[in-house]
Design a protein around this ligand. Structure first.
Ligand code: PRX
Length: 659
């Protein structure tokens, strides 16, 4: 991808919010945006107090807003109590919206089911009562390994209703990864499905749960609740396994929400960092909910009249924040989709926007790029062939969106009349941080523009000094915000070291490089660590390396990302085997074998695209692997950099074969 500075020169077009859009928007015009920013900066306490009091229903009012006495372990609204599920469901019933559609669910095969807020509330209550009847309650941890479904959303909400801490594991992770998370979070309950349906294929889930529970320590789990989605045989452990439909049966449709402290962990979501072990990012209840609701309303300018569609999976933070919590708290009608964008054809997304009259569409650059390619190959599925006139706003999330893809999205999907909000945020930030406000911010393709009100973001050097316009450096957030990560589950030291390094004197370090332009706009340059983004999925290079070296054939491995026009990055593994580097057919066979191994250890999403074999890895004299050089090799570029610090300069030549 070209550097953002060049991008800025090439793409200097600025798109102002359409007048009609700005006229009706919740935050309209830059003056209103600036006024909100100033209000928040002048008296943060008063600002957040006002927001928390007006947006949330409290069971016990809070008195104190932010406690910084134990920084960086911040607490928000600490002495207040509420229930997240009550704020997402009961509030709408109490406002006479029981019959409003909450979810339009479209399954992989195209069948559609609508669920009202009243029905969703009843479902959540029945599931919550069933979970309680099994003996689980406040503070217990539940792992979810479920397909995109009404049931997944209802189950997460049921956990929130009882004060259970949920941890959702994306269905693309393997039994090994699932096991690691079950043990780390200490889950006694697992909720899963027999299988998931994606692109016409049946992908077993319960089978992976059974395997995971068979590994050491997996016996902490007492019950497995199984949603029957796909039918067919599943293995059954009597006394442990329960069908979801049996769990719900005969349960009352009312379940009093449990009052939890504002800081009670709503969920733990595992994400990749710079070590081999994923981090359990722990979020709070009140602060998280406040920010996801507010940002749903601000960034998407969403109102209850909208039909909102976020294409993310509930296994990732976007699904948590903008499907399960933000959209429901804001009382929206939303589309939830089980399948994939290209099944049964490349026009599936456009057909669904047309069918459900979607007004706000939020997806990932990788999906946009793959649909650009697909619509070139299958012109009958070009978005221009569908009636997308219901759309009024488009969003992008998860990775940098290149200006070309931005323009295609803007012109072909949004017919040059829908603002595009490029939202920068992370699992750790809980919700949007840098993003345009569609009724206010002039857009520049490729930039996530400016911080939201209440967010103090900056670009600094390694000593924490703010950098001038155009200089690349570390992206930081200088003041705490309500939805920020509260802890790395069970590892306070890792929380402090990963996000609040001493040199930065209390600033939150995002792990991204960025720079600002002359208008103060932020341009994301990529990660500072070896975290990769493949099809918008965050993967740890070190995690994949650990999986590779755990294989008996492998002596050493280094994993880097190489830019890919569709998936953003592709995983490239440089491998030194215990035997001499193979070539030809033998190399093909071993590479295929190692790919399958990574799929088993981490998940199919982490399979290396390219594998390259050598008899050693390029290292400095102090033994550090030179990933910088490997990145160049992975991209097929000439090594024009100085390699004199390499202990073994010839090694790079060996990696020419790609398997
Ligand atoms: O590098 C940034 C990239 O995705 C990382 C966060 O990944 P994850 O925790 O999985 O959350 C993804 C969904 C919010 C960031 O550190 N990233 C996310 N959004 C953008 C982005 N990079 C550029 N532009 C974005 N809009």
């Amino acid at each position: 991808m070209s550097s953002p500075i060049n991008t800025m020169l090439i793409e200097s077009r600025v798109f102002n919010p359409p007048k009609e859009f700005a006229a009706q928007a919740r935050i309209s015009g830059m003056a209103q945006y600036s006024a909100l920013c100033e209000e928040a900066a002048r008296d943060p306490d008063a600002f957040w107090r006002k927001m928390a009091e007006s947006e949330l229903v409290w069971r016990k009012p809070f008195t104190k807003v932010l406690d910084e006495s134990d920084a960086p372990f911040y607490t928000w609204f600490e002495d207040g109590e509420l229930n997240v599920s009550e704020n997402c469901l009961d509030v709408h019933l109490n406002n006479g919206n029981a019959d409003k559609i909450a979810i339009i669910f479209e399954s992989d095969d195209g069948s559609v089911q609508t669920v009202t807020y009243g029905e969703l509330h009843a479902r959540v209550c029945r599931i919550a009562n069933g979970i309680r009847a099994l003996g689980y309650g406040m503070g217990d941890r539940a792992i979810l390994y479920m397909p995109m479904s009404v049931e997944a959303i209802a189950t997460m909400q049921a956990c929130a209703r009882l004060g259970l801490v949920h941890s959702v594991v994306f269905g693309g992770f393997s039994a090994r990864s699932l096991h690691q998370r079950i043990v780390d979070v200490g889950a006694r309950l697992v909720l899963t499905a027999d299988a998931q349906m994606r692109g016409g294929r049946r992908i077993p889930l319960k089978e992976a749960v059974d395997e995971a529970l068979g590994y050491e320590g997996g016996d902490v789990v007492r019950n497995v609740v199984v949603y029957q989605r796909a039918g067919g045989e599943v293995q059954w452990v009597e006394g442990r396994d329960v069908w979801l439909h049996d769990l719900e049966q005969n349960q009352p449709e009312q379940c009093e929400p449990v009052s939890v402290p504002a800081e009670h962990p709503l969920f733990v979501l595992y994400t990749s960092g710079s070590t081999g072990k994923p981090k359990g990012v722990q979020h709070s209840s009140a602060g998280y909910l406040l920010w996801t609701k507010l940002t749903t309303q601000w960034t998407f300018d969403a109102t209850p009249e909208d039909v909102f569609w976020c294409t993310a999976d509930v296994g990732w933070v976007t699904g948590h924040s903008y499907i399960v919590y933000g959209a429901l708290a804001a009382g929206l009608t939303q589309v939830v989709f089980e399948g994939v964008p290209t099944y049964p054809h490349a026009g599936r997304y456009w057909e669904m926007i047309q069918r459900h009259k979607v007004t706000i569409f939020y997806t990932a650059p990788t999906a946009i790029r793959s649909l650009i390619k697909a619509s070139e190959q299958e012109p009958m599925h070009h978005p221009g062939r569908y009636d997308l006139s219901s759309l009024r706003l488009l969003g992008s999330v998860g990775e940098p969106i290149n200006p070309e893809a931005w323009m295609w999205y803007y012109e072909n999907v949004g017919a040059s009349r829908c603002p595009v909000v490029d939202t920068w945020w992370q699992t750790e930030t809980g919700g949007h941080i840098l993003t345009p406000l569609p009724g206010a911010t002039p857009l520049k393709p490729g930039s996530c523009t400016l911080p939201l009100p209440g967010i103090d973001a900056a670009v600094v050097d390694e000593a924490g000094n703010e950098l001038p316009t155009g200089a690349g450096g570390l992206l930081v957030i200088r003041r705490p915000w309500p939805a920020m990560i509260r802890a790395v589950w069970g590892d306070p030291a890792r929380y402090r070291n990963s996000y609040f390094p001493e040199e930065l004197r209390g600033m939150y370090m995002a792990g991204d490089n960025a720079q600002r332009d002359e208008d103060g706009y932020f341009w994301i340059l990529g990660r500072t660590d070896d975290v990769l983004s493949v099809s918008g999925h965050r993967l740890g290079g070190t995690e994949i390396e650990s999986a590779l070296v755990a294989h008996e054939l492998v002596a050493e491995a280094a994993v880097v990302g190489r830019p890919d026009a569709t998936t953003g990055e592709a995983v490239v593994a440089f491998i030194m085997l215990k035997q001499a580097a193979p070539a030809g057919d033998e190399a093909e066979t071993i590479a295929e074998y190692l790919r399958d191994w990574v799929a088993q250890q981490v998940g199919p999403i982490a399979k290396p695209r390219d594998i390259r074999f050598g008899n050693s890895l390029p290292k400095t004299r102090s033994g550090k692997i030179m990933r910088r050089l490997l990145r160049l090799v992975a991209e097929g570029r000439d090594i024009d950099q100085d390699t004199s610090t390499l202990e073994n300069p010839d090694v790079l030549k060996q990696f020419s074969g790609v398997y």
